[in-house]
Design a protein around this ligand. Structure first.
Ligand code: NAP
Ligand code: F7E
Length: 344
């Protein structure tokens, strides 16, 4: 049997790390595009890495950036993947209001650069686009594949562009290109400036006596939070179908930020009201009030169903933080000035 080759952009991110694990377990050879940084940015995949000289090595990393189309085309020629999972993006909604131009370049045009590179190299590979529930924005829940888009952030706007670019390449060139429209999904590997991880870290650190309060913004927003490790399975299934199509992936249940906070603090026996303070710098110029995904198509066609819902997710994320603190991983769990800048 021939071994399948996958190229993952964003392999160093939350989803990229879980997807790399999944594909390696399925016997794939995995290539990942990594952007150059002055510090190491591979912590989430270090446990998967083997020296490329090792005959057992099946994961290979390559430098590349979404803003560099020439490099992307060269990488595709070199790797010749069967499947491309395009997960890289400037993915922070709040930051996208500060950096709308870069977000558009990276998150919107980056997708066109990849699609165009696939088209011009003529590779018969399948393409997955990491689309987002942020595209639905102000459209009322429950949101499904036919719900109109009304994005509420530069990030959402960029993802709508990338969604349509993916559909256009499918329709215009017959490419196997799909959109996975994923609702919020979280894990202990979530970036520390997203609200679930920020709150899980704070609950654990407050319990351990390392800090006293955490500053948050809008507690009324409602999100449909699932578990990232389960969502990458849906991505893979989308690329194994006979025909390319787009799918919503979600739990179908929403909770307010306040409820998520309550779950995290209750898990460590604390009353959140004693420890949560408001800071308006975490508000967004325009917000999304309620996202609830209808993933019935993914259940029907892909056979995909989530099992971890928000209350369990909150507990598992807090437990992971407590474990980290128990093992003396205080440095990584401690907010730094740089993290504070981007909204921790
Ligand atoms: P993440 O943790 O923020 O990871 C983003 C990845 O993109 C990282 O590997 C990052 O590299 C890379 N990246 C950023 N800018 C880049 C550039 N200019 N060139 C190359 N790589 C770049 O995001 P995630 O939560 O795993 O999400 C994966 C994808 O799904 C993203 O496209 C996101 O927008 C989308 N999405 C996420 C959710 C969710 O709830 N998590 C929901 C819907 C859609 P560094 O590690 O060097 O920063
Ligand atoms: O915010 C509110 C905030 O930053 C969730 C990305 O993965 O999911 C993610 O985007 C909610 C918002 O995620 C704080 O206003 C309150 O209503 O965790 P978040 P997000 O904006 O939903 C979508 C689907 C993606 O595609 C994105 O890539 O929480 N909130 N207080 C806060 N949010 C943050 N970050 N920090 C706070 O202090």
């Amino acid at each position: 049997m021939t071994v399948k080759k996958a190229l993952i952009t964003g392999i160093t991110g939350q989803d990229g790390s879980y997807l790399a694990e999944l594909l390696l377990k399925k016997g794939y050879v995995v290539h990942g595009m990594v952007r150059r940084a002055s510090t190491f940015n591979t912590q989430r995949i270090d446990h998967l890495y083997r020296d490329p000289h090792d005959p057992e090595a099946r994961m290979f990393l390559h430098y590349g950036d979404l803003t560099d189309g020439t490099r992307i085309a060269g990488l595709l020629e070199q790797v010749q993947p069967d499947e491309v999972y395009h997960l890289a993006a400037q993915s922070h909604v709040r930051v996208s209001f500060d950096e709308p131009e870069f977000t558009g370049d990276c998150t919107a045009l980056g997708t066109t650069r990849l699609l165009e590179a696939i088209r011009t190299t003529g590779l018969p590979c399948r393409f997955y686009q990491a689309s987002s529930s942020e595209m639905f924005g102000a459209s009322l829940p429950p949101q499904h594949e036919r719900t109109p888009f009304h994005p509420r952030s530069p990030y959402g706007v960029a993802k709508v562009y990338a969604y349509w670019a993916t559909r256009n390449y499918r329709e215009a060139y017959g490419m196997y290109a799909v959109n996975g429209i994923l609702f919020n999904h979280e894990s202990p590997r979530r970036g520390p400036t997203f609200v679930t991880r920020k709150v899980a870290m704070a609950a654990a650190r407050i319990k351990a006596g390392l800090q006293d309060v955490v500053y948050l913004g809008n507690l009324d927003a409602r999100r449909d939070w699932g578990y990232a490790a389960e969502y990458v399975e849906a991505m893979w299934r989308m690329l194994q179908q006979d025909e390319p199509d787009d799918y919503v992936v979600a739990t179908g249940v929403s909770h307010s930020v306040r409820e998520f906070v309550e779950h995290c603090f209750a898990h460590v026996g604390l009353d959140w009201r004693d420890h949560v303070r408001f800071d308006d710098r975490y508000l967004r110029p325009s917000e999304i009030d309620d996202l609830v995904g209808d993933a019935s198509k993914a259940a029907r066609v892909l056979g995909w169903r989530p099992t971890v819902l928000a209350p369990e997710l909150a507990r598992l994320m807090v437990d992971a933080e407590l474990d980290g603190l128990g093992q003396g991983v205080v440095a990584t769990a401690s907010p730094s000035p740089a993290q504070a800048l981007v909204g921790l």
